[in-house]
Design a binder for this molecule. Structure first.
Ligand SMILES: [Zn+2]
Length: 269
């Protein structure tokens, strides 16, 4: 399989409304085979499904409720079971088209959680989605911020076997617990300016995938990130691991297809 897979991006973000065709074209020119479009809330599910139909065999949909919900551009709060209730009928409706449940997870950044009960609300939302993923036999696409250990612990307690930990900010030793549980970790282009470099050093290549988290987590802060930048992650991994760019491409793409098997048939010529 010659090409990259962006395992986590927000291609439904309004940032791409104006020039989406160019963004997709540039991604393909940069060597992308496919991208996973993840959701944050029920309000964007239909748009994501629509995009996956407009770019069949290239944009693959994942639906889920993010641990942080936006009230307005200035105001955000932790996710609640009401947010999940709005999402459930749509997930049920589109379950046969999904390649993953996500973006789900835990975010214990102090400004989103004021105490244990806020954390518990997020846990409840994640637990339910972990169970749905198991019922549907789909992998989870997981966010964790300031919550590396609680996230991996919860996934293991829930018996989750297939998960991608995206932009993991926990300690490498905690990540290795995830590796032992069989989880994969995706590395965004912001790795060139972040603490994640230590994580890349420690993770076995067999547990690494590529992502961009576009439009966030680009190589430069405040500049819109795009799926084509997945190459920057790959180049970084190639340098840190001392393996060729070609092998990083091949191994990370095989890893992605192992975790998200529903992508595979669509890529075969
Ligand atoms: Zn994301």
């Amino acid at each position: 399989m010659l090409g990259y897979i962006d395992c986590h991006c927000h291609i439904s973000a309004r940032d791409f409304d104006e020039d989406l065709d160019d963004v997709i074209e540039n991604a393909k020119k940069a060597g992308l085979l496919a991208l996973l479009a993840v959701a944050e809330h029920a309000g964007e599910f239909e748009k994501i499904i629509g995009l996956s139909q407009r770019f069949p065999g290239f944009i693959f949909p994942a639906l889920g409720v993010h641990p942080v919900q936006e009230v307005s551009p200035e105001q955000q709060r932790g996710a609640s079971l009401q947010d999940l209730a709005a999402a459930l009928p749509l997930i049920e409706n589109y379950k046969d088209q999904l390649v993953a449940i996500g973006e789900v997870g835990l975010d214990f950044t102090p400004r989103f959680v004021s105490g244990e009960s806020d954390k518990d609300d997020q846990r409840k939302v994640l637990i339910q989605q972990a169970q749905i993923a198991k019922q549907l036999d789909l992998p989870l696409n997981v966010h964790s911020r300031s919550a590396g250990r609680p996230t991996i612990q919860l996934l293991k307690e829930q018996g989750v076997e297939k998960a991608l930990l995206h932009a993991f900010d926990g300690r490498p030793a905690v990540a290795m617990e995830g590796v032992r549980a069989g989880y994969l970790f995706s590395i965004p282009p912001s790795v060139v300016r972040s603490e994640q470099q230590k994580l890349v050093k420690q993770l076995p290549l067999e547990n690494i995938c590529l992502e961009t988290d576009s439009p966030a987590l680009g190589p430069e802060k405040q500049v819109r990130n795009e799926p084509q930048n997945v190459r920057i992650s790959a180049e970084f991994i190639s340098r840190v691991k001392g393996v060729s760019l070609q092998s990083v491409m091949e191994v990370t793409t095989q890893n992605a297809l192992r975790l998200f098997p529903r992508i595979k048939p669509a890529l075969l010529p």
